[in-house]
Design a protein around this ligand. Structure first.
Ligand code: PMP
Length: 408
């Protein structure tokens, strides 16, 4: 099948991009928060909600067979997408946050004890901080932090000392939702593994922009959210190496995750169901496979070229704006840019730009410690997706200059 290599063809698949906002054609640059959905994703959700609906795994009737097949095929699709070795290594969750909480609670319950430590980085989303704090508090373990330098890069020179014998797991983002830099996860993983320490990679931002191969990366866990990958909200994935997942206790108890239940003792279902208690979002999971198929249908060379063009243009143009500070500089990055402007509040700018039809993110970006690291209370973020054009980037820069003038 021919892969799509034309941005107008891509845009046609996204009805949301047709709309006007504040009487202006929408320029949607808040993809780091959530992406718009292609028609094939919403069509499947509608189709299932309006008929192909029966609870999975539980019944012999036709509708249940159909949804079960869609759900399990989706697992297969995600397995291939991540290049996981086994289908039971793919656990469906409600998102990145749920997946991290699952690992923190389950892995932490089994492997953390008083005096142990968990290592994260200074550039984590709250979702990759708080779950670890919760389990560390419970277990009397310590949360250690790998700092970032002024450009936003991990202080790799400090890693050796930080990875001491107390560290039982490392959990870091592949790409920070603020800095947009592609972190050297493979180097970190290899250092951690040489000390027998497993690593979880938060792929919420990277999975949309980079090719992910969990076997090549050799991460022990990889997590992402469906809604940032052009899929439905309330969906997500935890990939985990089978041997590790098998050793970990269930997180939530309920239907579908059990083998036999008596009041005295319950035995658990094998992977992946051990970690999928209760009725999952099977419609969402099936539609997530459609989103993955959409991503697979794109010409990778074309999308990468397009992304490089946007990155080069944005970095160059942002650097020309007086008083603008971009966070995350020097090095490979995705098309996500957070910045501040001297004397102008990001929220005011975001509001004015909304009036110009441009959707941006402003605030603490769910990364308060990183805001503190750079001594700011808030930032403004523009994040691009495969359907954003270079013309939109140009319109963004012109509008930003106009907005700054209006506020200064
Ligand atoms: N980690 C990162 C790096 C993110 O960007 C996000 C979403 N902004 C999350 C975790 C949390 O994802 P979700 O809210 O979909 O669970």
């Amino acid at each position: 099948m021919n892969k799509t290599a034309d941005i107008n063809d891509i845009r046609k698949l996204f009805p949301a991009l047709e709309q006007s906002v504040n009487s202006k054609k929408l320029v949607y640059l808040d993809n780091g928060a959530t992406a718009q959905k292609p028609q094939q994703v919403t069509d499947l959700v509608n189709l299932m909600n309006s008929g192909i609906n029966g609870n999975i795994h539980r019944a012999v009737h036709e509708l249940s067979s159909k949804t079960t097949e869609l759900y399990e095929n989706s697992r297969e699709e995600v397995m291939l997408f991540l290049n996981a070795a086994h289908r039971e290594e793919i656990i469906f969750t409600s998102g990145t946050t749920a997946a991290i909480n699952l690992v923190a609670a389950s892995f932490g319950d089994k492997f953390l004890k008083r005096g142990d430590a968990v290592l994260i980085s200074e550039a984590e989303h709250h979702s990759n901080i708080v779950p670890w704090q919760l389990i560390c508090e419970k277990k009397g373990a310590l949360l250690k932090v790998l700092p970032v330098d002024d450009c936003g890069h991990w202080r790799m020179d400090m890693l050796d000392a930080l990875l001491d014998e107390n560290v039982k797991i490392v959990s870091v983002s592949h790409v920070s939702n603020v800095l947009g830099l592609i972190n050297p996860v493979e180097e970190l993983i290899s250092m951690a593994h040489s000390r027998g320490i497993p690593v979880m990679v938060d792929g919420a931002q990277s999975v949309v922009h980079l090719n992910i191969d969990v076997q090549k990366m050799d991460c022990d866990f990889f997590v992402f959210s469906g809604h940032k990958l052009y899929g439905p909200t309330g969906t997500g994935v935890l990939y985990g190496k089978r041997e590790l997942l098998e050793e970990m206790p269930p997180w939530m108890g309920g239907g579908d995750m059990v083998e036999t239940v008596t009041f005295e003792k319950t035995t658990y279902a094998p992977l992946p169901l051990k970690f999928e208690a209760g009725t999952p979002n099977f419609i969402g999971a099936a539609a997530l496979a459609r989103a993955v198929m959409f991503v697979n249908s794109l010409d990778k060379e074309f999308t990468q070229k397009q992304e490089h063009a946007v990155v080069n243009f944005m970095v160059e143009e942002l650097s020309k704006i007086e008083g603008l500070k971009l966070y995350g500089t020097q090095g490979d990055r995705i098309s996500l840019f957070s910045f501040t402007i001297d004397g102008v509040h990001p929220a005011d700018l975001a509001m004015i730009m909304d009036k110009m039809g441009i959707a941006l993110r402003s605030g603490q970006m769910c990364a308060e410690p990183l805001m503190r690291r750079y001594g700011v209370e808030a930032m403004l973020r523009a994040s691009f997706a495969v359907y954003n054009t270079l013309e939109e980037a140009e319109y963004f820069i012109t509008s930003l200059k106009r907005a700054i003038k209006m506020l200064s």
